[in-house]
Design a protein around this ligand. Structure first.
Ligand code: HEM
Length: 239
């Protein structure tokens, strides 16, 4: 129903062309034969354990909008940043693809989150180092870009996944604050981890990436430290 109140049926498309509406309704009825196990359905089914109240349509819309805003660019930008860092650092790229391709030789079987996390330390280090340099959502940043833990690291601007492979890597991993902390910690972080590991592991196993020949940034453009110059995170015209 589309009036204010509890949503008992999510299948009404009042603003859609009636013919199209009929087709959609039929498809939904057919699909309804199967149990729905997605996040939207969880919100529709959720009940207050004390009062038994369900979410109103307005609350449902607002939860869906929050999930879309908080859960899409954050994760996809982190994945994109990781690939850019790998392209700027060919030796790390070689290392990480060799790791994933040797541990999981080509196969139609998707590499699972659990397997990727447990068996790909180099990929883990790349993900952590990417999030340290380019925290995609954190309000807590150093120099607008680096996560706070960078404040006590040597050469914080340099992409160096080895930081998360050394003897103190467990401590460093604990310091990752990209998902916030405390009662407001990111509610979608487990989903984000799952996406980061599975997308990167499976994509790096299957595809070879390369920069375009006229890319302005890359391994050919080194800064004073000898490391590739980072693409500026903030446009100079923005401030
Ligand atoms: C790499 C990916 C992500 C990063 C870096 C990230 C980061 C964050 C951070 C820092 C906060 C806390 C903001 C604050 O201090 O108020 C937050 C909150 C939140 N995130 Fe994420 N997030 C990511 C992915 C996701 C995903 C995949 C979802 C859901 C599908 C999600 C849903 C949310 C929601 C709903 C909140 C608000 C929680 C609340 O206020 O109780 N995030 N996220």
């Amino acid at each position: 129903m589309y009036e204010e109140g509890h949503l008992t049926e999510a299948n009404t498309f009042s603003t859609i062309d009636p013919e199209e509406n009929k087709i959609r309704k039929r498809l939904i009825e057919e699909a309804d034969a199967l149990p729905r196990v997605d996040v939207l359905q969880k919100f529709i089914d959720a009940e207050d354990p004390v009062t038994g109240d369900k979410l109103t349509l307005r609350q449902l819309q607002s939860e869906v909008a929050l999930m879309l805003v908080a859960g899409t660019d954050t994760t996809s930008n982190t994945i994109a940043y990781a690939i850019v860092h790998l392209l700027h650092n060919p030796s790390v790229y070689k290392h990480v693809t060799e790791e994933v391709r040797s541990i999981f030789p080509d196969s139609p079987q998707v590499i699972s989150f659990e397997d990727a996390k447990a068996k790909l330390p180099c990929l883990s280090a790349v993900i952590y180092e990417t999030m340290r340099i380019n925290p995609s959502a954190s309000d807590l940043r150093v120099n607008r870009r680096l996560s706070p833990q960078s404040a006590y690291m040597e050469e914080p601007d340099v992409f160096d996944p080895e930081r998360f492979l050394g003897p103190d890597s467990a401590e460093r991993v604990k310091d990752i604050l990209v998902f916030g902390s405390g009662v407001r910690v990111c509610i979608g972080r487990n989903l984000a981890w799952l996406e980061l590991y599975t997308v990167l592991a499976n994509t790096l196993r299957k595809y070879d990436f390369s920069l375009s020949t006229d890319a302005p940034y890359g391994p050919h453009r080194l800064g004073k430290s000898g490391a590739p110059v980072e693409i500026p995170a903030v446009s100079p015209h923005q401030y």
